[in-house]
Design a protein around this ligand. Structure first.
Ligand code: HEM
Length: 481
């Protein structure tokens, strides 16, 4: 859709060239580097033009909060842009993540929110099964003690398992795991900026024998297989009254809608998009997140020692850490918060879109502009953090070692999961998984760098871009305590 830039109060930003705008000045797939450079020059609110989108970039926590939470703006700035990925891969944006702002999105979001909060009997069943998964994780690490190992494989399976338990109520087998990772890896290749821009500009490329087209077709193929298992088979084996997981709960709600007549929110394609949302947004982000945290901890062994000390004090060595322990373990929580800030897993979040021209902070945000929170710059702004490139969990603790209150400016400036009405629904789930994975490992093992070779840098500027940042390949050691 065309964005008119002939507005009353135009935003500052790099000038670029006619038609192509700043296309050749942007670091492909590392937009956050370019935005960071420009934010320093043009300030916390700027506009950057490209042939496929005019991007308004917000690089200040106060403005991000105002834009996406404040009533005067939030109804205008919480839409999602029409992107190729949403249209062709996520079933015409029928799920939650890429859905247009409106009733259907709001309805599905509520269902997903409740589902992830795992109300009712589900909570107990989910946590019991998820605990079994943690036991399996530990066992697979025990099998690898006394040698350097790559944690990716083990973590990939464990994280996928937790999400699949949530969706279907049962653990993944080898073939499920393969389906999930084929889907996640091909989505990860398709969602990157260069592929997205090429396919938006030249949609016919999806049929052509070129790499961009092959990526698209691989994703569609992986999606078909994934939904064959998690939608078709799940529906065929669903017994009303015996809901096994979140997908069955959706079938139940769908049946209720059909019985009651009236508006149908849960069509089959909405349920399919919902399943893809959870698998795409929940698995690769969490797996990459834990890998990044592990690497940072391996490079800051004093944090591993601090977490272990807290585990001994609060949990002991005989039972598993649980989500309830989080509130009694401020140091561990501070380490995770600092990791969320320092790493900044999704550096520019998920794009928003303006539904009409709106006056904001003295400038006009034009209709159809894509709006991005420059989380990367916010998280590394020396004016907020003083020493942003130092990993220092203590910044989130007060003089008594307690976690700063949630309203504290520093905590309010951590925006890893976005801000406002479209913030990440999976935040609690992701944070509790980070906590459980890290503490479950540290309780039983001392985590160490590999004996052969060296660890890569834990500086997030060296991390690999994709749906979320991922560290360079590394191996590690786990010595039983
Ligand atoms: C490290 C892990 C994760 C990170 C860094 C992350 C980050 C984000 C970000 C930045 C957004 C965009 C917020 C906005 O538009 O302002 C988002 C949206 C979303 N996330 Fe996550 N996320 C993570 C894990 C998860 C998990 C585990 C789930 C679900 C199981 C999930 C589900 C979603 C959904 C459904 C949305 C779209 C919300 C909407 O548009 O209304 N995410 N996430």
């Amino acid at each position: 859709k065309v964005t008119s830039l002939w507005v009353k109060n135009p935003l500052p930003g790099p000038k670029g060239w006619p038609i192509i705008g700043c296309l050749f000045e942007i670091e492909p797939n590392r937009l956050h580097f370019s935005f960071d450079r420009w934010a320093n020059k043009f300030g916390p609110l700027m506009l950057c033009r490209t042939p496929t989108a005019n991007m308004v970039v917000i690089s200040c926590p106060r403005m991000a909060k105002k834009a996406f939470t404040d009533k005067s703006y939030s109804n205008v700035l919480n839409d999602r842009p029409d992107i190729f990925f949403a249209k062709y891969i996520m079933d015409n944006a029928k799920g939650v993540i890429f859905s247009k702002y409106g009733e259907s999105w709001s309805h599905l979001r509520k269902i997903m929110y409740k589902g992830l909060a795992m109300y009712g009997d589900g909570v107990h069943r989910f946590e019991t099964l998820a605990a079994k998964e943690l036991e399996r994780l530990r066992q697979s690490i025990i099998d690898q003690v006394d040698r350097d190992f790559d944690p990716t494989e083990t973590l990939s399976r464990s994280v996928a398992n937790v999400i699949v338990i949530l969706l279907t109520g049962s653990m993944v087998d080898e073939s499920d795991s393969e389906l999930i990772w084929k889907y996640n890896n091909s989505v990860n290749d398709t969602v990157i900026v260069t592929t997205e821009v090429m396919l938006t500009m030249f949609p016919f490329l999806r049929f052509m024998p070129v790499e961009t087209g092959r990526r698209y077709r691989r994703t569609i193929d992986a999606k078909k297989k994934l939904l064959g298992k998690f939608f078709i088979l799940q529906k065929e084996t669903y017994t009303p009254g015996l809901e096994r997981g979140l997908v069955d709960v959706l079938f139940k709600l769908q049946e209720q809608e059909n019985r009651n007549g009236g508006k149908k929110w849960l069509t089959d394609s909405q349920i399919k998009a919902f399943i893809q949302d959870v698998i795409f947004a929940g698995i690769i982000t969490t797996r990459n997140g834990i890998l990044c945290i592990l690497l940072v901890l391996l490079r800051h062994h004093e944090c591993i020692d601090g977490i272990y000390e807290e585990i001994v004090k609060v949990v002991g060595l005989d039972r598993y850490p649980s989500v309830q322990d989080r509130s009694s373990m401020p140091y561990t929580e501070a380490v995770i918060l600092e990791a969320l800030r320092y790493i900044t897993h999704a550096p520019i979040g998920v794009p928003h879109c303006a539904t009409k021209d709106v006056e904001f902070e003295g400038y006009t945000i034009p209709k159809h502009a894509t709006i991005l929170i420059n989380i990367w710059t916010i998280h590394h702004d020396p004016a907020i953090w003083g020493d942003p490139w130092t990993f220092r969990p203590e910044r989130f603790l007060d003089e008594n070692g307690e976690l700063l209150p949630a309203e504290h400016t520093l905590r309010q400036s951590v925006m890893t999961f976005g801000s406002g009405k479209r913030n990440c629904i999976g935040e609690n789930m992701a944070r509790s998984r980070f906590f459980l994975f890290v503490t479950t490992l540290i309780q039983k093992f001392d985590l160490l760098p590999p004996e052969v070779g060296t660890l890569p840098s834990d500086d997030p500027r060296t991390f690999i871009p994709g749906a979320s940042l991922r560290p360079q390949y590394f191996k590690m050691r786990a010595n039983p305590r």
